[in-house]
Write a protein that binds this ligand. Structure first.
Ligand code: NAP
Length: 340
């Protein structure tokens, strides 16, 4: 059976900026054998291809004149367990915030609670090493199963070979668009392992707190307070990464701005919140036409309705340049930009 390929497909529902963009072809393999079927079709090598999940970390500044592949395997199962831990295998197309994380919380499996409410799919977790409140995907991902789109072979890649770094991995670098993550293995704990290293969590919970549902509910509430719901206001979460700078530069900034927050990041480096830098440059809440910086979070660029991807991109570049001029820090985008 040949996999269904859709022509001239609208990606409006598949990018959380809500942009009216299209791709030439679209395909959503719902099993490993469908993915293999796709790769072995002569058609496959004719066009450039790109992989997206729920489009929650992407900005289309133009239509995509090629094939968009969306991993469509959904659901999860326990593949190994002992009294302490559990190994869960989850389909890359499973929704992260509405399905996978709540299921793990209900099952009593610890590890992903601080990552509650992050938009996107399970496949995106190792792809960009998602992180929040002191936990990153790399802390719980045991490995990845996927398809090498160049050779057409199925590969199992252990976490030690995923090259996880801050909000990145080898899947986001040299393997971008050439490796289709189909499933992800997570090693989760049956015993409480709360992580309360971040401010509001530290203040609100004692280390003895072991109510998993309460912790997840707290994270959800915190995120809802600060971040816009993409269904209501188009956005892709943090637009830029928090920069790691030399501690000497951070101290210099502190001389002029005693309120600058920064966090030691090892090897003489410090992490400065990009949102703080953007706010200091006067962008928080600023709006130009249909594009703006969210008034409650300076790291989030929003589409107030009807903006084009190009307008959002140009606006983001203005922000980047003003931070560079003022602080000599070149912000790196967390969001992937598709220019043509
Ligand atoms: P915040 O408390 O205003 O702090 C700003 C930044 O400072 C955070 O992003 C965090 O960087 C860093 N930070 C805060 N406390 C820290 C600590 N104890 N140790 C090391 N670094 C610390 O943060 P927020 O903007 O409300 O975000 C809260 C969490 O949600 C953060 O982890 C953030 O990454 C996550 N978040 C993710 C997205 C997304 O789209 N991916 C959007 C918004 C928020 P790091 O997060 O880089 O460690």
């Amino acid at each position: 059976m040949k996999i269904k390929i859709i022509e001239n497909f609208s990606l409006k529902e598949l990018n959380t900026f809500g942009l009216k963009v299209r791709c030439r072809y679209f395909v959503q393999p719902t099993s490993l054998s469908e993915s293999l079927d796709l790769v072995h079709q002569a058609f496959f090598k004719t066009f450039p291809s790109m992989i997206i999940g729920d489009g929650s970390n992407i900005l289309f500044a133009a239509d995509f004149d090629g094939l968009v592949i969306r991993p469509g395997i959904v659901g999860w199962e326990v593949v190994e367990e002992n009294p302490e831990d559990v190994m869960v295998k989850a389909g890359a197309g499973t929704n992260w915030a509405d399905s996978f994380v709540p299921d793990m919380i209900r099952a009593g499996y610890w590890g992903v609670e601080n990552l509650s409410l992050i938009p996107g799919t399970v496949g995106a977790a190792p792809f960009q090493n998602i992180g929040a409140y002191g936990v990153e995907a790399k802390d719980v991902v045991a490995g990845v199963e996927g398809l090498d789109l160049v050779t057409g072979t199925v590969k199992n890649i252990p976490a030690s070979e995923c090259a996880f770094t801050y909000r990145s991995s080898r899947f986001k670098n040299e393997m971008q668009d050439s490796f289709l993550i189909t499933s992800v293995f997570f090693k989760l704990s049956k015993k409480p392992v709360p992580v309360f290293t971040y401010g509001r969590l530290k203040e609100s919970f004692a280390s003895t707190q072991t109510d998993l549902k309460k912790i997840a509910a707290f994270i959800i509430k915190e995120r809802k307070k600060k971040l816009p719901d993409p269904i209501i206001l188009g956005n892709a979460g943090s637009f830029f990464k928090n920069p790691l700078v030399n501690e000497i530069l951070a101290m210099d900034i502190r001389k002029e701005y005693p309120d600058v927050p920064f966090f030691p990041a090892g090897q003489g480096q410090a992490k400065i919140p990009a949102g703080w830098l953007i706010e200091k440059c006067g962008w928080k809440g600023k709006r130009e036409g249909a594009v703006g910086v969210f008034p409650r979070h300076a790291l989030v660029i929003v589409n107030y309705g009807g903006a084009t991807g190009e307008e959002i991109f140009d606006f983001s570049e203005k922000i980047r340049h003003s931070v560079l001029d003022r602080f000599d820090i070149d912000l790196e985008r967390e969001v992937r930009v598709v220019l043509s």
